[in-house]
Design a protein around this ligand. Sequence first.
Ligand SMILES: *[C@@H]1O[C@H](CO)[C@@H](O)[C@H](O)[C@H]1NC(C)=O
Ligand SMILES: *[C@@H]1O[C@H](CO)[C@@H](O)[C@H](O)[C@H]1NC(C)=O
Ligand SMILES: *[C@@H]1O[C@H](CO)[C@@H](O)[C@H](O)[C@H]1NC(C)=O
Ligand SMILES: *[C@@H]1O[C@H](CO)[C@@H](O)[C@H](O)[C@H]1NC(C)=O
Length: 279
Amino acid sequence: MKTSQILSLALGISLASAAKPSSGCGKTPTLTAGNHTLTVNAKERWYLLNLPETYDHTHPYRLIFTLHAMGGSSSMVAAGQGGYLPWYGMPALVTDSVGAIYVAPNGLDRGWANKGGEDVTLISDILTAVKADLCVDENLVFSVGFSYGASMSYALACSMAHSFRAVAMQSGGNMSGCVGGTDPIAIYGEHGVDGDLNITTARHIRDQFVANNGCTPQEARSPAVGSGTHTKTVYQGCKEGYPVTWIEYDGGHTPQPRDKGANKTFAADETWQFFSQFK
Ligand SMILES: *[C@@H]1O[C@H](CO)[C@@H](O)[C@H](O)[C@H]1NC(C)=O
Ligand SMILES: *[C@@H]1O[C@H](CO)[C@@H](O)[C@H](O)[C@H]1NC(C)=O
Ligand SMILES: *[C@@H]1O[C@H](CO)[C@@H](O)[C@H](O)[C@H]1NC(C)=O
Ligand SMILES: *[C@@H]1O[C@H](CO)[C@@H](O)[C@H](O)[C@H]1NC(C)=O
């Protein structure tokens, strides 16, 4: 708290709901950790899968999609290379009894142009395959990404709000488009005030879900330039289960923004804090 200005606090409403075990629960899985391929739109696509060390086929896990940025790859996300923390730093933080399964899909041409919706179809097909084979809590499916990966997460929020519990957009835009975009879905967004991707677009995206989620519009404060801090706005009055959290930081376009003097990014902690409110 000392490094961020908490502009408003959640009212402490419970976001708990019963687990919704997927059809893969109880089955001996065929999907193993590692590389898997599938065909979408007549193209071969692939994704990396990360399973808990002791996978229990009767236990419904969270499912977290981790989407790479432009010029990135699933391998870089998995290895924590090229600026990413491994799997966006989630496995280091997700240490509760629910645990998580992670999927890092690989984009075409190192991005997520989502031409004709083919990348939304890819994620949808992976989701179907994973839920049918592994034990997933269908109420706890998430996506996180930086930059192009955030834009793709936005496309998922627009088209697949009923399949995802929440998405986290770390310095995103709308490069992957938005088909639909009228359903409520829990949204976390962070953006640098002087990033290469215009913050204006990211603020429009935020406001789209502030409206969809029935939150009370409010002025979100920006950090002073040169302050080396971030400001956090938790919107009030949102429909139960559909919160919006928005962070602006004094800095540019980076997957690991840090406050001045901090030895690690706040991005992973804040993303996990947002996801972990859903039980
Ligand atoms: C995964 O498999 C696909 C298809 O064989 C291949 O193109 C890709 O390089 C593989 N990725 C890794 C990280 O091995
Ligand atoms: C961002 O976009 C807004 C409106 O589209 C424009 O006024 C502003 O100058 C842009 N900012 C940068 C840094 O390009
Ligand atoms: C992306 O956002 C910008 C600025 O808000 C807007 O002008 C543009 O039409 C949007 N593009 C798409 C594909 O939604
Ligand atoms: C960062 O600082 C904290 C406490 O200030 C310390 O516990 C932690 O080990 C440090 N991490 C690194 C990577 O230096």
